[in-house]
Design a protein around this ligand. Structure first.
Ligand code: AHG
Ligand code: MN
Ligand code: MN
Length: 279
């Protein structure tokens, strides 16, 4: 059941990768539900994911960053709802930096507790995919087929600091936390795309990525269903933690499908420092 969904996402990823490598992108005159101006590639990637997934028997519905409502199949036989951000990193795609697609597979209901698997695709020099279930599997596309490249695991402590959000809008406690990590020797790594930024931490085995509550965005920027819960699941399965400052992200309830949440993903040591700072 789950296997057919993963295969469908792998198929979609190859199509999107081909599109990304073809041409420059254009802004459209439309905005998505969060108010972001859409690119033609956002719309096309959304169509590819939606069409591919809705054909599957195991699917009950899909939910996308680029769609207002959940799309349910008529008379579905399946139980899974896949929530996805078809193209993460619209603001850096024009600069030819790595971008991604993020997905979460929910059983019956779109609730963090019902998340049974999640992952992302990274469109970089290589096409890669991460799928977390009990473990975090790393796949590489070799131009012909997807090959498993082992599992990703996090150590207790890393060296990378990836702080998101506009610094002038950070709280004082957040500024102190980020500065204290730099003073200890942590190094700044931040591209502005959560897929490559979090993938780097997972590949290097540790560190901290933060998108805190800010004065302009008290709920953070990153969306719970399409971005935050999928990565929280991945980080926990890799041996790290994911919190909103105090609480485990996967224990939180949401009110609307496009809701955002402040988020901190990292190895255990860094997350314990966030908890202390945000006490
Ligand atoms: P999207 O392109 O789907 O709208 O999301 C972009 C997100 C995420 O990838 C990244 O971590 C964050 O926006 C960057 O935000 P800042 O530029 O405010 O740091
Ligand atoms: Mn996104
Ligand atoms: Mn997006």
């Amino acid at each position: 059941m789950l296997y057919s969904i993963i295969t469908a996402i792998q198929k979609s990823a190859i199509c999107i990768d081909n599109l990304l490598k073809k041409d420059d992108f254009n802004y459209l005159n439309s905005k998505n539900s969060t108010g972001d101006i859409q690119l033609d590639i956002d719309v096309e990637a959304n169509r590819i994911f939606k069409d591919t997934l809705l054909c599957l028997e195991s699917i009950k519905g899909v939910c996308s960053e680029e769609e207002k409502e959940i799309i349910y199949k008529e008379n579905p036989s399946g139980v899974y709802i896949v929530a996805f951000d078809p193209l993460d990193g619209s603001s850096i795609v024009d600069s030819n930096l790595s971008v991604g697609s993020i997905f979460g597979i929910y059983n019956q209901e779109l609730n963090a507790k019902n998340l049974i698997a999640s992952g992302y695709v990274i469109y970089g020099p290589r096409l890669e995919m991460i799928v977390a279930q009990n473990d975090v599997h790393h796949y590489i596309y070799n131009g012909n087929e997807w090959k498993i490249n082992g599992n990703l695991t996090l150590s207790n402590k890393g060296k990378i600091n990836a702080p998101g959000g506009t610094q002038k809008n950070w709280s004082t406690k957040h500024k102190i936390l980020i500065e204290s990590l730099f003073l200890e020797g942590y190094r700044l790594r931040y591209s502005g795309g959560m897929v490559p930024d979090l993938h780097l931490i997972l590949r290097k085995g540790g560190g901290l990525f933060s998108y805190p509550p800010t004065s302009d965005m008290p709920n953070g920027k990153l969306r719970a269903l399409f971005e935050v819960f999928p990565f929280a699941f991945i980080f926990e399965k890799a041996g790290g933690e994911a919190i909103d400052g105090q609480n485990r992200l996967l224990d939180l309830e949401i009110d609307t499908i496009h809701q955002s949440l402040p988020c901190f993903f990292g190895s255990k040591d860094e997350i314990s420092r966030v908890k202390l700072a945000y006490k």
